[in-house]
Design a protein around this ligand. Structure first.
Ligand code: ATR
Length: 280
C-alpha cells in the first residue's frame, strides 16, 4: 500500500541500520492489516543521534525503534522512560506522545518472555533456577524479565565475570553470579538455560557449553536467530529438550510498539517467521 498524506510513520534508528529486520517485520504487518503507514530504516551517526530523535518527533513520526549503537544513549535523550528501560539502562522503542514528548521503553524482556510462553507453554517460573549465559544488554533484559516472572534463582555466567557482577548489582536478589568455568555444573537442576551471548551466530564459533547434564524437562533458549538452528539448539533437540529460537523474541518485542504506533495488536504467525527467516 502506498502511504497517503495522512500515513502513520515510524522507523528504526541505528548506525549502520541495514542489518535491521524491523522494516521487513513492520512492513509485513502494515500490509497484512492494510494500514496506511510506513516504517523506514534511518541510518543515524552517533554524533547526530539526540538531534535526529528529537527531529523525528517534529517530522510527525509516532515512534522510533532504537538499535545498535544507540540504545544506551537513548535513555538519556528521552523525556521519560518505563521501569524496564531504567533497570536495563537501555531503550529500544521511543513513542512520541501527543504533547511531543518522548517516552522510552525497553520491550526486549517482554519479547523474550512472550516467545518463551508461546514455545514452551509448560515452563513455569517456579520450576527451578534459570541459567543465563552472557552479560551484555540482551542478557540484562532477560535477567530482569526472569526475576519479574518469579524465577527463584537466576544464575548468570559470563566469560568476563565483572560484567555479570554488574548485572547482579543492578538487578539484585534472585541473581547469582557463577564463574565461566562452572557453566556446565550450573545447569544441573536448571529448568531453563539461555544463550544471551553472540556465540553460535553465523561466522562465530558455537557456544562452548555441554548440556549433557541438563534435565530432560529443561528448556533451552538461544537468542541468536541467524542461523535459526544454532549448534546449541540442535544439541538440545537431539537430547529431547524443548528448544526455543531467537527469532520469536525479535518478533514479539516489536508487538507492543506496533500496537502503540499503528493501533493494531499484531499476530505472530508462521508466515511471518518464514518470511523473516528467509531474509535474514
Ligand atoms: P548484547 O548487548 O547484544 O547482549 P554484547 O554487549 O556485545 O551484546 O554482549 C555479548 C555477550 O557475548 C557478552 O556476554 C560476551 O562476553 P564478555 O562480556 O566476556 O565479552 C559474550 N561473548 C562474546 N564472545 C564470546 C566468546 N568468545 N566466548 C564467550 N562469550 C562471548
Amino acid at each position: 500500500m502506498i502511504p497517503s498524506g495522512q500515513a502513520k510513520l515510524a522507523g528504526v534508528m541505528g548506525w549502520p541500520v541495514g542489518h535491521s529486520c524491523s522494516p521487513r517485520l513492520f512492513g509485513y504487518w502494515l500490509d497484512k492489516y492494510g494500514i496506511d503507514g510506513a516504517y523506514v530504516p534511518l541510518a543515524v551517526e552517533p554524533r547526530h543521534f539526540g538531534q535526529a530523535l528529537r527531529t523525528s518527533a517534529v517530522m510527525g513520526f509516532r515512534g522510533i525503534n532504537i538499535t545498535v549503537p544507540h540504545k544506551t544513549v537513548a535513555l538519556g535523550v528521552v523525556d521519560e522512560a518505563d521501569e524496564a528501560a531504567r533497570r536495563i539502562g537501555a531503550v529500544n522503542a521511543v513513542t512520541v506522545r501527543d504533547d511531543g514528548s518522548l517516552w522510552g521503553a525497553n520491550t526486549d524482556g517482554f519479547g523474550f518472555m512472550a516467545h518463551l510462553r508461546a514455545r514452551a507453554p509448560r515452563w513455569r517460573a517456579a520450576h527451578g533456577p534459570a541459567v543465563v549465559i552472557g552479560a551484555g544488554g540482551a542478557s540484562r533484559a532477560i535477567c530482569a524479565a526472569l526475576c519479574d516472572a518469579g524465577v527463584p534463582e537466576v544464575r548468570i555466567v559470563n566469560r568476563t565475570v565483572a560484567r555479570a557482577e554488574a548485572v547482579a548489582i543492578a538487578l539484585g536478589d534472585p541473581i547469582k553470579v557463577m564463574p565461566w568455568i562452572a557453566r556446565t555444573s550450573a545447569l544441573e537442576d536448571a529448568s531453563l538455560v539461555v544463550n544471551a551471548t553472540t556465540q553460535g551466530m553465523a561466522k562465530e564459533p558455537a557456544l562452548d557449553l555441554d548440556i549433557a547434564g541438563l534435565g530432560k524437562d529443561a528448556v533451552v533458549y538461544d537468542i541468536v536467530y541467524a542461523p535459526l538452528e544454532t549448534p546449541l539448539l540442535r544439541a538440545a533437540r537431539a537430547a529431547g529438550n524443548v528448544a526455543v529460537d531467537g527469532l520469536g523474541m525479535l518478533i514479539h518485542q516489536a508487538c507492543p510498539s506496533f500496537k502503540a504506533w499503528f493501533g493494531v495488536e499484531p499476530d505472530v504467525d508462521e508466515n511471518l517467521r518464514h518470511d523473516l527467516a528467509q531474509n535474514i
